[in-house]
Design a protein around this ligand. Structure first.
Ligand code: CO
Ligand code: CO
Length: 319
């Protein structure tokens, strides 16, 4: 691993982006994320992928400024207009975020791929890491789970068009407003919920912070169609791997296997998971609501010092 003292955050801690200090009050945030189509419509695929790439910068409490597009495209097999639609979806989403896509690179590729390398800025003292959670912190999640189940169901022709439309809206929603709220109030730790699912990303947070946590399953927001689809086998490969990895690290109380899989579901462009001190909890909820972030779900709490272990209970937790 590199040891440059200005490299404040690196891949060593599985954080969302690298952070490099330029001066005492300015640091660069750098990230790249590229994936294959999650929805059939090329414009929406571009927009979802761009929102997902920007999310890692928001998760650090930083402002994205500039991006470069990374594109793989089967030139001989698909009309070039499809690539144009993907790029337009990404550019529109970046514009909504106030980010300029200044260029990029494309290669011939049998399967389409699209994503952004994003550059952002943050004050070195204001970086929000995915570690730093403390016992007593309250856990807030800002998008529903089930994204991976529903997009897998699309590929298996099991997802209704209404559920497909809903998941696109959720994936395209920027995490900007949630990030602004957490920066305004101040949190101990945050990450975006993506490929490792809620419990996988929470485990990175708890193990890296040296704490344990409890999730109240009935408070976790889940896209309605996901309950049915997961029971019909719409389970992404990544979700199965998350579930296996987490087995020795998570204790489930009163949940059947499909509900456990929902908590491990690999998300594309999922919400932010934040650990906030109890005395700042009300202010954070108010700041999120003021920005119309929805859901603002109080899904659990950090319990004790420990090795990262997570307990999931099938209750609503305290009032
Ligand atoms: Co991330
Ligand atoms: Co990422």
């Amino acid at each position: 691993m590199p040891t440059d003292p200005n490299l404040l955050v690196s891949a060593a801690t599985s954080d969302d982006a690298a952070v490099y200090r330029i001066s005492a009050d300015l640091a660069l945030v750098q990230t790249v994320d590229v994936f294959t189509p999650v929805v059939d419509d090329p414009y929406h695929y571009g927009a979802v992928s761009a929102a997902n790439s920007l999310s890692d910068v928001y998760a650090m409490g930083a402002k994205p400024l500039l991006a470069l597009a990374v594109v793989g495209f089967p030139r001989g097999r698909l009309p070039l207009s499809v690539m144009g639609d993907i790029l337009r979806g990404g550019a529109d989403k970046a514009a909504e975020a106030g980010v300029v896509i200044a260029g990029g690179h494309s290669i011939d590729d049998p399967e389409p791929k699209y994503g952004l390398s994003v550059t952002g800025l943050v004050h070195p003292d204001a970086i929000v890491r995915n570690v730093g959670a403390r016992p007593g912190d309250q856990l807030i999640l800002t998008k529903p789970l089930g994204i991976g189940i529903i997009t897998t169901g699309i590929k298996q022709d099991k997802t209704s068009s209404a559920a497909a439309d809903e998941v696109i809206v959720v994936m395209e929603r920027l995490n900007r407003d949630a990030s602004d709220a957490m920066v305004e109030v101040g949190v101990h730790a945050a990450t975006d919920v993506t490929g490792y699912g809620l419990l996988g990303h929470l485990y990175e947070m708890t193990s890296g912070s040296g704490v344990t946590a409890r999730i109240w399953y009935s408070r976790v927001p889940v896209l309605t169609a996901a309950h049915e689809l997961v029971r019909q086998g719409a389970i992404a490969g990544g979700t199965g791997r998350n579930y296996e990895y987490l087995q020795p690290r998570v204790t489930y109380r009163g949940l059947d296997e499909p509900d456990q899989l929902i908590l491990c579901d690999a998300q594309t462009s999922g919400g932010l998971l934040m650990a906030v001190a109890p005395q700042k909890f009300d202010a954070l909820v108010a700041a999120l609501r003021r920005r119309n972030v929805d859901p603002v779900a109080h899904v659990g709490e950090v319990t004790d010092p420990g090795d990262g272990r997570i307990e999931v209970v099938d209750t609503a937790g305290p009032a």
